[in-house]
Design a protein around this ligand. Structure first.
Ligand code: ADP
Length: 160
């Protein structure tokens, strides 16, 4: 049986930290599904279509990585995809409390799934999508944080 992992997130926008985790997961699992969570309560900067495009463009080199989106519970989406492992990235200790609660809740909802935490390269430890949005919305630029095509679109978005 194929060992399928799902990497869920908002990816608004995808950062080099997310891509670092995807590369590590692709090395370990037979198949990795990067799944954009469509959260109707959040107003994202990039639409689901734009985020799908960014992720597809930047994961082309990994033959075992697919990109998808879902709404509702991750626990249900995992069953649908016959995936056992949910991947989460752990940056600093500040991520731990939230991730601990989330993993336990998911375990309650779907007793078959396991959450696996991967650490990015140290240089991405302080990188978050929200910081990227904040910086670009105020006219700043950050080096080595997002793929070039995403940076171009970020600049365009905030010009409007
Ligand atoms: P963020 O937390 O930046 O808003 P997401 O909701 O898209 O981003 O995060 C999806 C997953 O990716 C989470 O597990 C998050 O901890 C992880 N992640 C986000 N940024 C990084 C990073 N720079 N390095 C490693 N993992 C990250």
């Amino acid at each position: 049986m194929k060992n399928i992992a799902v990497y869920p997130g908002t990816f608004d926008p995808v950062t080099n930290g997310h891509l670092d985790i995807i590369r590590r997961a692709a090395d370990i699992f037979d198949e990795v599904i990067v799944a954009i969570l469509v959260n109707k309560n959040k107003k994202p900067v990039f639409s689901v279509e734009e985020r799908l495009k960014h992720l597809k463009e930047n994961t082309q080199e990994f033959k075992n990585v697919k990109v998808d989106f879902f709404d509702g519970l991750l626990a249900d989406y995992m069953k649908l995809k016959k995936a056992k492992v949910a991947i989460r990235g752990l940056r600093a200790l500040t991520d731990l409390e939230y991730e601990f609660i989330l993993a336990n809740t998911n375990r309650e909802l779907n007793g078959e799934m396991e959450t696996v935490f991967l650490m990015p390269s140290a240089k991405y430890t302080y990188l978050t999508s929200s910081m990227v949005r904040e910086a670009y919305s105020l006219g700043g630029r950050l080096k080595n944080c997002v793929p070039a095509s995403v940076e171009k679109e970020l600049v365009e978005k905030y010009k409007k």
